[in-house]
Design a protein around this ligand. Structure first.
Ligand SMILES: Cc1ncc(COP(=O)(O)O)c(C=O)c1O
Length: 300
């Protein structure tokens, strides 16, 4: 652990099934369906200046992810919104990471667990930069993963489901062992898909190219960045991108709630510049996530 404090013994409280519990007491039993069979879905959200960016969209995706795994979270999106805000306030942070997670409980322990209770917990902690801040500005080094994103007929790829992250951890561990910061995964067809916790964008001749999200997460940050690029008059082309094309791109960046907009300097043997479009979108994203000053909101 970078700061020496394991995640199961930190200070503060965690929202757990509708009530706050001391951080160290927010536990599940080892016989929990979600732990054994990955019947769990989660979100990653960030608060800036005390306001959770795109909170409602994240919590809507959380509820949808549960439905894709065949369960209903026993709280509405609005209730989850309020719980996220309350947890952030309780922890007393302005800038923080918010992690809601929902999972199938312990009533049945076979693969089938049709009537297991569904639980929801929300934890908030400070997570300043997903990548080393100095590395981040120079552009991170990314490896090409051996593991691929699955066919949507193999797994519900639109769900932010814990099971899908097994592929991400395998890929990121392999990349880190080789000295890279992250891994870019291809999809089951061999097309460029996404990184282990972020979507990927490329720049060529003033236009942005990004893979069509037909078998991986269409990130909320991805959609935000596409909007920011279009607002600047930059053309955004969503299409199938083959790994053979990587040499033809001038810039590359990844984006996600945790990663924000992070330039990429290398993907395996391919090299990219930290260029103007990447820098512009890094700055535009940093501005977009900051809540408007209260006086400006009142005047609007
Ligand atoms: C695998 C993966 N792809 C993409 C993203 C980006 O999604 P978002 O921008 O909604 O955080 C994430 C982050 O949650 C992720 O884990």
């Amino acid at each position: 652990m970078a700061d020496g404090q394991p995640f199961d013994s930190r200070d503060g409280e965690i929202w757990f099934d509708g009530a706050f519990v001391p951080w160290s007491d927010a536990k599940v039993h080892v016989l929990t369906h979600g732990l054994h069979y990955a019947s769990a879905v989660f979100e990653g959200e960030r608060a800036y200046g005390g306001v959770i960016f795109k909170m409602h969209e994240h919590n809507q995706r959380l509820v949808n992810s549960g439905k894709l795994l065949g369960f209903d979270i026993p709280f509405s999106v609005d209730e989850i919104d309020r719980a996220c805000e309350a947890t952030l306030a309780r922890q007393g942070f302005e800038d923080a990471y918010i992690r809601p997670i929902a999972w199938r409980g312990s009533e049945m322990m076979g693969v089938a667990a049709q009537s297991n209770t569904i639980h929801l917990a929300i934890a908030v902690w400070q997570w300043p930069s997903y990548f080393d801040p100095a590395e981040r500005l120079k552009g991170i080094r990314v490896d090409l993963a051996e593991w691929r994103r699955p066919d949507p007929r193999t797994a519900p790829s639109k769900a932010k489901a814990t099971g899908l992250y097994m592929i991400c951890t395998l890929s990121k561990h392999a990349a880190e062992r080789k000295g890279y910061a992250d891994a870019l995964m291809l999809d089951w067809r061999g097309q460029v898909a996404e990184c282990t916790g972020a979507n990927v964008f490329f720049v060529k001749d003033g236009a942005i190219h990004t893979p069509t999200p037909d078998c991986f997460l269409d990130g909320i940050t991805r959609r935000t960045v596409i909007g920011l690029a279009k607002a600047r008059g930059i053309e955004v082309i969503e299409r199938a991108i083959m790994p053979e094309e990587l040499d033809g791109f001038e810039e590359c960046f990844i984006c996600g709630t945790a990663a924000e907009v992070t330039p990429v300097s290398e993907i395996a043997q391919h090299r990219f510049a930290v260029g103007d479009i990447t820098k512009t979108l890094m700055n535009d994203y940093a501005a977009a996530v900051r809540p408007a000053p209260k006086a400006a909101v009142a005047a609007a």
